[in-house]
Ligand binder design. Structure first.
Ligand SMILES: Cc1ncc(COP(=O)(O)O)c(C=O)c1O
Length: 399
């Protein structure tokens, strides 16, 4: 049969991270001894007090539709969070609760982009941003950053790619995949530039609670009212509270943008899961001790992993300041033969590493960084050591 498939939908690439994770899981299901570092989710369980709140919600019969953009009580809890953590004053009218931060981002781009608008995305970027921008009929414009600059762009570099059509800049600090964190001063310069040019900032702050070494978490929206109006802050409970499966994300933005996003969402999905919304209230208002324990474990794993990676001949990485990822530079390992196969890029490297080395890493190509591979350290210390041992054996042709 000759099926017509839309050109726009056909142009969307599958997620590189989910693809490698699916392959890893299917190998595991076949009983193959494979170690995986592809997952972008905490390996910890959701804290018990959050689960209890959800169980209570079910038993109380809180199982009906809520307002499409989220319950008022959750919006209030989100406003309290912004006040407490980011010194930002919002009211429930500024908040839209969605099915994960991914959904919040899709709503954000659809609210601000017209066909042909350009959205600037610094590379290495989270795999979904360019595809989301394309889904909104806009055009992703990539700014390349360098490892020696800790993968950060400057306002001068930004200025070079801004055109009449530029609508927005995507900021993701701490970053997936690089773990870099913009300083307050760097953010201030970007904010001033965005105000001068009247550009939106889509600020994905989903990893804000995972900043190590005493660096502070700053939302770009917090500098003044003008940048606050131009910023759509995106956040959620997935990473901070180990709640990836619950699917609650949210935005804070100017009321007019919130209204449009809410309208779009009301037709696309209606409200996010009512029980997960109650759980999110408990997450945002409840005790934070488990969050700080998880953060402590992530920091220990990061320190260990960075040290070991830099001891391995041929690969290297910078110390990330946040999130739970490491970008490993594999440039010196490319354009060589391993086990009779010529490896020219990170895709070929990761494919062979998975097949031969039984080690799942994510190729940097999906992040716009073809000479890198991404490790996630959201896994146990034993796994980390096992993975690094396998990498060492693989690259020294010992398998
Ligand atoms: C940078 C970034 N933004 C957003 C998300 C989406 O998170 P959620 O689970 O809330 O959809 C992720 C998840 O991997 C992420 O890494």
């Amino acid at each position: 049969m000759n099926l017509h498939i839309s050109q726009k939908a056909s142009s969307i690439s599958p997620s590189a991270t989910l693809t490698i994770d699916a392959k890893f899981k299917s190998m595991k299901a076949e009983g193959i001894d494979v170690v995986g570092f592809g997952a972008g989710e905490p390996d910890f369980d959701t804290p018990q007090h959050i689960k209890d709140a959800a169980i209570k919600a079910i038993n109380d019969g809180f199982t009906k539709y809520t307002p499409a953009s989220g319950m008022l009580e959750l919006k209030k809890a989100i406003c309290e969070k912004f006040k407490r953590d980011n010194a930002l004053d919002y009211t429930p009218a500024n908040i839209v609760v969605s099915n994960g931060a991914k959904h919040s981002l899709v709503n954000a781009f659809s609210a601000i982009c017209d066909p042909g608008d350009e959205v600037i995305i610094p590379a290495p970027y989270w795999v979904s941003y360019p595809e989301m921008v394309k889904l909104a009929d806009a055009v992703p414009v990539i700014i390349e950053t360098r490892e020696e600059d800790h993968f950060k762009f400057t306002v001068e570099e930004l200025h070079e790619v801004v055109t009449e059509k530029t609508r927005a800049i995507v900021l993701n600090s701490p970053s997936n995949p690089t773990g870099m964190v913009y300083t307050k001063e760097e953010l201030r310069k970007i904010a001033d530039y965005a105000v001068e040019k009247n550009l939106y900032i889509v600020s994905d702050e989903i990893y804000e609670s995972l900043i190590y070494d005493g660096e502070e978490s700053v939302s770009i929206a917090s500098f003044n009212d003008r940048i606050k109006d131009l910023t759509i802050v995106v956040n959620g409970v997935s990473k901070t509270y180990a709640m990836t499966g619950w699917r609650i994300g949210y935005t804070a933005s100017n009321e007019a943008i919130a209204k449009v996003m809410s309208n779009v969402q009301s037709h696309a999905t209606s409200n996010p899961n009512s029980i997960a919304q109650v759980a999110a209230i408990e997450a945002l208002r409840g005790p934070m001790d488990t969050v700080w324990e998880m953060k402590k474990a992530f920091k220990e794993r990061r320190d260990h992993m960075v040290k070991r990676v830099n001891e391995i001949e041929g690969v290297s990485c910078k110390m990330p300041q946040g999130a739970f990822y490491i970008m490993m530079n594999i440039e010196k390992l490319l354009n060589k033969e391993y086990y009779g196969v010529f490896v020219k890029d990170s895709d070929a490297f990761c494919t062979l590493l998975l097949e031969k080395g039984k080690l799942a890493l994510v190729p940097g190509s999906g992040f716009g960084a073809p000479n890198f591979v991404r490790w996630s350290y959201a896994t146990s210390m034993e796994n980390i050591d096992e993975g690094l041992n396998r990498l060492e054996k693989f690259i020294t042709n010992q398998l």
